[in-house]
Design a protein around this ligand. Structure first.
Ligand SMILES: [Fe+2]
Ligand SMILES: [Fe+2]
Length: 475
């Protein structure tokens, strides 16, 4: 069933009305979710009419319907990608058997943990971004922020559905707890560290959606391979929404770079102080933000060696990125993978069992994918004839999880002393002063078609609307 039933309190394509107990449980959770949205969702936005897309159908063609809606009235619901007939488990010790339509008892605890950890990131990012609407550089950008926020809200719905349907009372308790933890909260923080960081300004927002939403892409792809079919189908549909989030990040940074380069060229300036004096963001500051978001995000993949990762794979719960496109035995026993570690004052490779290194495998896939976009940003700089290139830092730089935690490693991958780190860190990571400067540029621009001075307009609007379309009506 690909079409979504919008006649019910909770839109869905899972025949929710046939399971009254589940329907009642979710209808009981719904007002708590809406309260969370009012308290922790986008600040000051409840009355805005926002030009949003809503899913009407889960097939790849034309699932999106666009129109102005007030966000609290957005039709959050439960949408699973279409079932694949006779789908099998494609890896691990149950490889070749039918995919599970219910939770196998022996994997219940691990699956619940996987779903809760994924689910926790979704509302966390809405909380992290809740003040950004007050400083949006244009209506177009404001609309994109809100689109991402409502979809992250829907991703929470996706995980809550799985918890309610397949995990009984424990699942219902976990679903409540997902609304009780809050990003950055002293007593009840979100589970993963990167989701407790603030997203204080729009440069950080674009970096977050480029890098951290891409972590989402890789985690969801790995879970889309799961032998637990409802999780796979949920993640496959979530991925269609995730693409837009990364687009907002990539194109946002690209527009910031374009504007900076225009100003540098017009005035023939290169010195960051002179560039700042013109009210745009100098390229070294963009590099420092990139370093920060890249390093914080790759921590999300977890320790480089992990017995949990091996377990999740062997038991068929979480695959690799594009598992079925790889031509190996999908068991990985006896295979090895090269990880890096510090020995004798430098980074050296070491072969370890691949099953234990699956976090690192996924992290390396992520790194390859994110480097590609950085290349596209560099072409904007190159085209402007400016002699500067952005790059992703070495994967050992500024890590807080895994073997490099608390080691001092430069963006080029040199093991360095604490003293050297301290003397150079302000060139590598955003300083208080960088953040204060970027914050000083943030002011709300609400006139249709107008852009803040520090960012170029997008080449095209949303859904083929003009750039000066009224994407948000403030009422
Ligand atoms: Fe998400
Ligand atoms: Fe996302």
């Amino acid at each position: 069933m690909s079409t979504i039933n919008y006649n019910e309190t909770i839109p869905n394509n899972v025949n929710l009305s046939e399971d009254k107990t589940l329907q009642r449980a979710l209808e009981h959770w719904q007002p708590n979710y809406l309260n969370w949205w009012r308290d922790m969702g986008p600040n000051g936005s409840l009355n805005h009419d926002v030009y949003l897309r809503t899913a009407i159908n889960v097939t790849p063609e034309g699932w999106a319907h666009f129109g102005h809606v007030k966000m609290p009235e957005y039709r959050w619901g439960i949408f699973l990608a279409q079932a694949e007939e006779n789908r099998k488990i494609n890896f691990g010790e149950s490889k070749g058997r039918d995919a599970w339509q219910d939770v196998p008892g022996e994997h219940r605890a691990n699956l619940r943990r996987i779903i809760v950890t994924q689910g926790d990131t979704e509302p966390a990012s809405v909380e992290q971004q809740r003040h950004l609407g007050l400083t949006a550089p244009s209506q177009y950008d404001l609309r994109n922020l809100f689109q991402i926020n409502v979809e992250e809200g829907r991703h929470l719905w996706a995980m809550v559905y799985l918890l309610h349907k397949y995990f009984g009372r424990d699942g219902r308790e976990e679903a409540e707890a997902l609304l009780q933890r809050n990003s950055g909260d002293q007593d009840k923080p979100r589970i993963l560290e990167a989701f407790n960081e603030e997203t204080p300004d729009w440069l950080a927002f674009y970096m977050f959606t480029y890098f951290t939403d891409r972590d989402g892409k890789f985690q969801l792809n790995a879970l889309a391979e799961s032998g637990f079919d409802p999780l796979s189908r949920t993640c496959r549909f979530m991925l269609t929404e995730e693409a837009h989030h990364m687009f907002v990040g990539e194109s946002g940074i690209s527009r910031v770079i374009q504007r900076t380069c225009e100003v540098m060229r017009t005035f023939g300036i290169e010195d960051p102080e002179q560039v700042r004096a013109k009210g745009v963001i100098d390229l070294p500051t963009i590099q420092r933000y990139l370093n920060f978001h890249f390093s914080v995000t790759i921590d999300l993949f977890g320790a480089d060696q992990s017995s949990n990762a091996a377990n999740f794979y062997t038991s068929g719960l979480k695959g690799r990125y594009e598992e079925t496109k790889r031509d190996d035995d999908h068991l990985l026993k006896g295979q090895s993978y090269r990880i890096l570690e510090v020995a004798g004052g430098s980074l050296v490779e070491r072969e370890v069992p691949m099953l234990n290194a699956l976090n690192e495998v996924l992290r390396d896939d992520f790194i390859r994918d994110s480097v590609a976009g950085v290349g596209r940003w560099n072409r904007v700089i190159e085209k402007a004839g400016i002699n500067f290139r952005l790059s992703t830092p070495h994967k050992a730089f500024n890590r807080h999880i895994g073997g490099f935690a608390n080691m001092r490693i430069s963006p080029e991958g040199q093991v360095i002393s604490e003293a050297e780190w301290l003397s150079k860190v302000r060139h590598w990571l955003p300083s208080e002063e960088d953040r204060a400067y970027v914050a000083s540029l943030m002011g709300r621009v609400i006139e249709p078609g107008k852009m803040a001075n520090w960012i170029a307009p997008p080449p095209v609007g949303i859904n083929r609307q003009p750039i000066d379309f009224e994407y948000v009506r403030f009422n």
